[in-house]
Design a binder for this molecule. Structure first.
Ligand code: ADP
Length: 290
């Protein structure tokens, strides 16, 4: 009799347990549905945001180009002589316009990267030439700022890179411009090109600037992230350059990292694969047979 009662109790508990499980399963299915809907809503919102950025940036690009063109014409005296004070103001207006043009280009690049529509046009090219021309272009702003810019090149038997020179220019230029931007007057920036074994080259951009605070270092490649010390030193900046630079370098099979100490300086290290001599010869003989 007692055994029978015990069994019934067990069956009852089992039935309760089954009911609980059924309830939990239903709850899980409902949660899953809610999450799927929330996910879809987020995706839709993301698309609206991307569309907005893309339309706004495209719409701003043309009028800004017209403003830039008009300012340049005035500065060159095409519309009549300009006084010294007018030149000063026109130059300021041109600088601000150029910054806006750059910001719009960055916004469009991020939008294209996220949508997988960032178009690369690869070719084989000389990385030494590219790095030298970036440093040459940057020398004017370094001089204006009173920052000493050095370039150091290793002897490079393998110097050919397979990739998009325009995009890599954008990435490396950003590192060099940042180094100058975040280094106070009297400081030093060194751009080096080193060979790493037979398969990779390393580009180093070293500065003696403000550095990146330890607590911020893990966020530095996030979109729109700027350190407090950077914002304090340089109000201008979008926090998009490093994000874009990293995407471009990763696309080329390379890597990017940095070492930094606050108030002492920062060094960025970019490693890129080079085209081997054998591949180059093969490529040349292929080109000659076409
Ligand atoms: P931006 O320079 O427009 O703010 P970036 O994406 O190029 O944007 O850089 C993101 C942030 O990384 C900067 O705001 C700054 O905090 C930090 N940073 C980048 N390069 C340096 C550098 N050479 N020295 C100090 N901080 C740097």
């Amino acid at each position: 009799m007692a055994e029978q009662q015990n069994l019934e109790e067990k069956i009852h508990r089992l039935e309760e347990l089954l009911k609980d499980q059924e309830m939990s399963a239903k709850l899980l299915v409902r949660r899953d549905l809610e999450l799927a809907r929330a996910n879809q809503r987020l995706r839709d919102l993301d698309q609206v945001k991307s569309k907005f950025v893309s339309v706004a940036a495209h719409q701003m690009r043309t009028p800004l180009s017209a403003v830039r063109w008009a300012l340049s014409m005035m500065l060159e005296g095409d519309l009549g002589a300009v006084s010294e004070s007018q030149t000063r103001i026109l130059n300021k207006a041109l600088d601000s316009t150029n910054r806006l043009v750059r910001l719009i280009a960055d916004l469009l690049d991020v939008d294209h990267l996220e949508a997988g529509k960032f178009i690369y046009t690869p070719t084989s090219f000389d990385i030494t030439e590219l790095v030298t021309s970036i440093a040459d272009e940057a020398s004017h702003s370094a001089k204006t700022k009173g920052v000493h810019l050095n370039v150091w090149k290793d002897q490079l038997p393998y110097f050919t890179i397979w990739g998009d020179p325009q995009k890599l220019r954008l990435a490396i230029q950003n590192l060099v411009e940042n180094a100058i931007k975040y280094t106070p007057e009297g400081g030093e920036v060194t751009v080096s090109l080193l060979r790493e074994g037979n398969e990779t080259i390393q580009i180093q951009v070293k500065d003696s600037g403000i550095g990146i605070p330890q607590s911020d270092q893990r966020f530095i490649f996030n979109r729109f992230f700027r350190s407090a010390n950077a914002m304090h030193t340089q109000t201008e900046g979008s926090g998009l350059g490093l994000y874009i630079a990293r995407e471009i370098i990763l696309y080329h099979g390379g890597s990017i990292r940095f070492e930094s100490t606050e108030n002492k300086g920062t060094t960025f290290f970019v490693t890129l694969p080079v085209v081997s001599k054998a591949a180059k010869t093969q490529e040349q003989s292929l080109a000659s047979t076409v």
